[in-house]
Design a protein around this ligand. Structure first.
Ligand SMILES: NC(=O)c1ccc[n+]([C@@H]2O[C@H](COP(=O)([O-])OP(=O)(O)OC[C@H]3O[C@@H](n4cnc5c(N)ncnc54)[C@H](O)[C@@H]3O)[C@@H](O)[C@H]2O)c1
Length: 354
């Protein structure tokens, strides 16, 4: 069976992906500093898998540490190799993701995202592991004004966060183009992952002042925020509010299994793939769907547009659909129902997981 290293595996996308990997029989090794996640998530993953698949042979190990520490990564690879094992591939989620925080603390973002990735790649190369799936972001694209965004659409990262993603993609391209060795590199450019595992037992850790729309809706629904602020109702969209491509977290997680399967079968490749549904949903449509399926009123106020915001951002996902054995299966109603299950669960189980 293949051994996969998952960096940032205790985070929102990592934890959901690990469940899908374990279900498919991969052995999973996690590196996480738990800077932005809770170690209890690992227990939840184990409990969830054992409950849903009682016969599963669960192979999940965790190494707590920070990718900014080169020696720690080397020690981890060393420990595995001394056991006669090797990593067949790496899914690299670890990093910081707050756009606002990145504007306030750019060095922290270059350090955590870029330096960590350089460290990881150095050690992967040293240990002859040359397959990586990298968490990139739709935020690197230039605003496309009501056209579906393709992988070859113009890039224009506007914030330190998105600049780090774009710089890492460039670094990975340089590696691929170097003749020294064969690298298989897949940059998955995520659109807007929301929702949670259908059990509601794992999900996104939401900050006190979320700036994204879905965590903000959840905060209002649970009573921790009074009203939802909607920024702008004068965009050129169906109802004037911003339109985004929301994708259920489990569909996003499954795209990593598909990408990994493809990567394990191809020696040398470099691909950028949009991971979205190709369907746009406005903020008001999202709010109304959430209210309808969960029977909760979400009071909102319309505010002015925020600087840097854009009207529409929707993926053309046809490249991912054509190359991988994958397609999104869940709709906005599923995302709203599952996200709310997780929020209620966390509120009721504030000190524990599962
Ligand atoms: N969630 C999104 O909307 C979104 C969209 C596009 C791209 N991404 C990217 O996907 C990746 C995963 O996102 P997420 O939503 O799961 O984020 P998350 O914050 O929930 O998870 C990231 C995980 O990485 C860990 N981590 C951070 N820095 C680390 C370091 N230096 N060493 C070891 N562990 C470290 C954190 O503790 C956390 O468990 C990130 O790279 C993010 O930029 C996320």
């Amino acid at each position: 069976m293949k051994n996969i290293l998952v960096t940032g595996g205790a985070g929102f996308i990592g934890s959901h992906t690990i469940i899908e990997l374990l279900k498919e029989g991969f052995n999973v090794f996690v590196i996480d500093s738990f800077a932005n996640s809770n170690p209890g998530t690992i227990n939840s993953i184990k409990a969830l898998c054992l409950k849903e698949f009682p016969k599963i042979d669960l192979k999940l190990r965790v190494f707590k540490g920070d990718l900014r520490n080169l020696q720690f990564i080397k020690d981890t690879f060393d420990a595995i190799y001394k056991e006669g094992l090797k990593f067949d591939g790496v899914i690299h989620f670890a990093g910081l993701k707050s756009i606002k925080e990145s504007i306030d603390f750019p060095i922290k973002y270059w350090d955590s995202n870029v330096k960590s990735t350089i460290n990881l790649l150095k050690i992967m190369d040293e240990y002859n592991c040359h397959k990586i799936i990298f968490s990139s972001s739709a935020s690197i694209y230039k605003y496309a004004n009501n056209t579906l965004i393709k992988e070859n659409s113009e890039l224009k990262p506007l914030t330190p966060y998105s600049t780090t993603k774009s710089v890492i993609e460039n670094l990975l391209r340089n590696l691929y183009e170097s003749d020294s060795t064969y690298w298989s590199i897949l940059n998955l450019r995520y659109f807007n992952p929301i929702g949670s595992h259908h059990s509601g037992r794992i999900g996104e850790l939401i900050s006190n002042k979320p700036s994204n729309i879905f965590p903000s809706i959840l905060k209002v629904a649970i009573g921790e925020m009074k009203t939802l602020k909607i920024f702008g109702n004068d965009w050129d969209t169906i109802d004037g509010t911003g339109v985004r491509d929301y994708i259920h977290i489990t569909d996003l997680a499954r795209s990593h299994v598909a990408a990994l399967t493809m990567s394990l079968n191809i020696d040398k490749q470099f691909l950028n793939l949009n991971i979205g549904t190709g369907i746009g949903t406005s903020v008001l449509q999202l709010v109304k769907t959430f209210s309808k399926v969960n029977k909760i009123d979400i009071p909102y106020k319309i505010k002015n547009r925020r600087p840097g915001d854009i009207g529409t951002c929707v993926a053309c996902n046809s490249l991912a659909l054509s190359l991988m054995d994958w397609q999104p299966t869940k709709n906005i109603e599923d995302m709203c129902k599952d996200g709310w299950k997780w929020m209620k669960y966390r509120k009721e189980n504030i000190h524990g997981y599962y």
